[in-house]
Design a protein around this ligand. Structure first.
Ligand code: CS2
Ligand code: MG
Length: 399
C-alpha cells in the first residue's frame, strides 16, 4: 500500500479547522486534525510545503517510522506548529490502518477498558445567577461534571469563553482585563455559593488558565480545599515544571496541566515527581495518537490519569481520536467535551455519540469521521484570534 496524495483542507464553519486527508493507492483514506487556534495558516503551510511532499510514495502502515522520520528528520524539534502537523499525519495513518483492519480504532489500541467515556462540560457567568443558570443548563444536557468559570468583580469580561464580538473583529484579538488579587478573593466565594446551591456531590472543576505565580496558585488550591474540586487546571504557566513543587507542597486540591504542551518532555518532572494528577494534552497538539499512548503509559506508573483537551477548537476528527484513546487506556480520568455546532458536525460527520453525559466512539472502522469536502469549501477560513490579556495598568499578562 502506498500514499498517493495528501490534501490539507482549511475550513471555517463558524470557526476554523485544519484537516489532513491522506489518500492511498487502494482507495482507503485517513483524516487527521491539525487545528492550531489563531495560528492555523502556519500549520497549513508546514503540512503543504514540508510534510505532504515527503509522504508521497511511502507505506501508510509504517506509523511509528513515519512519526520518527517527521520528528527527528526535521532536526528542529517540538513546538505547536510542528507537533500539530505531525499529529495530523499520525492520526490519519491510524485511521487508515484501522479501516484496513475493518475495526474501530480503539480495537487496535487494546480494545475497550470501559463501556463509556465520562465527560465534563463548561459553565460560566458574569455573576452568580448567570453562573447557576449555566450550570443548570449543562446538568440538563446530562453532563456529570462541570467546569465553573466566572466573572470577577471590577473586570469587564469573563475569561476563557468566546466573546460575542469575536467574528467582527477580523484580524485583531479581543483585549481582556485582569486583576489577580480580585480573582483570588472572589473565587472561593463563588465555589462556596455553588456548593450551597448544588450540593457536595457534583464534580466541579476550575481552569486558572496559566495566570498565577506558584505562591498564588498554592494559596488558591488551599482556599478551594473546602469545596472539594475535581481539579484546578493550569494554575501556573507550567513551562517551569519545578514551580509545581511549591504548589503541590501546600495543597491537596488535585491539579491538571498540559493543554499547551507538545511533547512528553514538557511533563518529565511533573509526572516523575507526581506533581500533578491529570495530563491534559490534545491528540491534535501532541503529535497524534502514538505519543499520547506513550504519555498515558508513562503517567500510569505514577497514578496520574488522562484528561484529554477537548474544547471546540479541537475538530471532530481530533475529538474522535481522543474518544478512541479514552475508551482503550486503563488510566482514563475524564474527557473535556464542548460539542460542536450542527454545521461543524455536518462538515465532519462522525460515528461518536454523546448520551447521558458520556461519549462513545462508535463501531465504524477507523476514527469514524467523514469529511464533506464540498460543504467544507463552502465555508472558507476567516482570520480569528484568541483574546489577549492586560492588567489594569496595560501590562500584558498570560491569557
Ligand atoms: C481551555 C481552552 O478547554 C480549556 O480548558 O483552556 O478553551 C483554551 O482556551 C482553548 O483551547 C484555546 O484555543
Ligand atoms: Mg484549559
Amino acid at each position: 500500500m502506498k500514499i498517493v496524495d495528501a490534501k490539507v483542507v482549511l475550513t471555517g464553519p463558524g470557526r476554523n479547522f485544519v484537516t489532513l486527508k491522506v489518500e492511498t493507492d487502494e482507495g482507503v483514506t485517513g483524516l487527521g486534525d491539525a487545528t492550531l487556534n489563531g495560528r492555523e495558516l502556519a500549520v497549513v503551510g508546514y503540512l503543504r510545503d514540508h510534510v505532504v511532499p515527503l509522504l508521497l510514495g511511502s507505506d501508510p502502515h509504517r506509523i511509528e517510522d513515519t512519526w520518527q522520520f517527521l520528528y527527528r528528520g526535521a532536526y528542529w524539534r517540538r513546538g505547536p506548529v510542528t507537533m500539530a502537523a505531525i499529529a495530523a499525519v499520525d492520526t490519519a495513518l491510524w485511521d487508515i490502518k484501522a479501516k484496513v483492519a475493518n475495526l474501530p480504532l480503539y480495537q487496535l489500541l487494546g480494545g475497550a477498558s470501559r463501556d463509556r467515556v465520562r465527560t465534563y462540560g463548561h459553565a460560566s457567568g458574569r455573576n452568580l445567577p448567570e453562573l447557576f443558570d449555566s450550570i443548570r443548563a449543562r446538568l440538563a444536557e446530562g453532563y456529570p461534571a462541570i467546569r465553573v468559570q466566572t466573572g470577577v468583580p471590577g473586570l469587564k469580561l469573563v475569561y476563557g469563553v468566546r466573546h460575542a464580538q469575536d467574528p467582527g473583529l477580523g484580524a485583531r484579538p479581543v483585549v481582556e482585563d485582569w486583576d489577580t488579587g480580585a480573582y483570588l478573593r472572589n473565587l472561593p466565594r463563588v465555589f462556596d455559593a455553588v456548593r450551597q446551591e448544588f450540593g457536595p456531590d457534583l464534580p466541579l472543576l476550575h481552569d486558572a488558565h496559566h495566570r498565577l505565580t506558584p505562591s498564588q496558585a498554592a494559596r488558591l488550591g488551599k482556599d478551594l480545599e473546602p469545596y472539594d474540586l475535581f481539579w484546578l487546571e493550569d494554575c501556573t504557566p507550567a513551562e517551569n515544571q519545578e514551580a509545581l513543587r511549591l504548589v503541590r507542597a501546600h495543597t491537596t486540591t488535585p491539579l491538571a496541566i498540559g493543554e499547551v504542551f507538545n511533547t512528553v518532555f514538557d511533563y518529565q518532572t511533573l509526572v516523575s515527581e507526581q506533581l500533578i494528577d491529570y495530563v491534559r494534552s490534545a491528540v491534535t497538539h501532541f503529535g497524534g495518537v502514538s505519543p499520547m499512548r506513550k504519555l498515558f503509559d508513562f503517567a500510569a506508573q505514577y497514578q496520574i490519569k488522562s484528561a484529554i483537551h477537548g474544547p471546540e477548537d479541537i475538530s471532530p476528527v481530533g475529538m474522535a481520536a481522543a474518544i478512541h484513546l479514552d475508551l482503550a487506556i486503563h488510566n482514563f480520568g475524564i474527557q473535556e467535551y464542548s460539542g460542536h455546532t450542527d454545521l461543524t458536525n455536518a462538515v465532519f460527520r462522525h460515528a461518536y455519540t454523546f448520551t447521558d453525559g458520556h461519549l462513545h466512539p462508535g463501531e465504524a472502522p477507523g476514527l469514524g469521521v467523514e469529511l464533506d469536502e464540498e460543504l467544507a469549501a463552502a465555508h472558507p477560513y476567516e482570520p480569528a484570534y484568541l483574546p489577549v490579556n492586560r492588567l489594569q495598568d496595560g501590562t500584558v499578562h498570560d491569557w
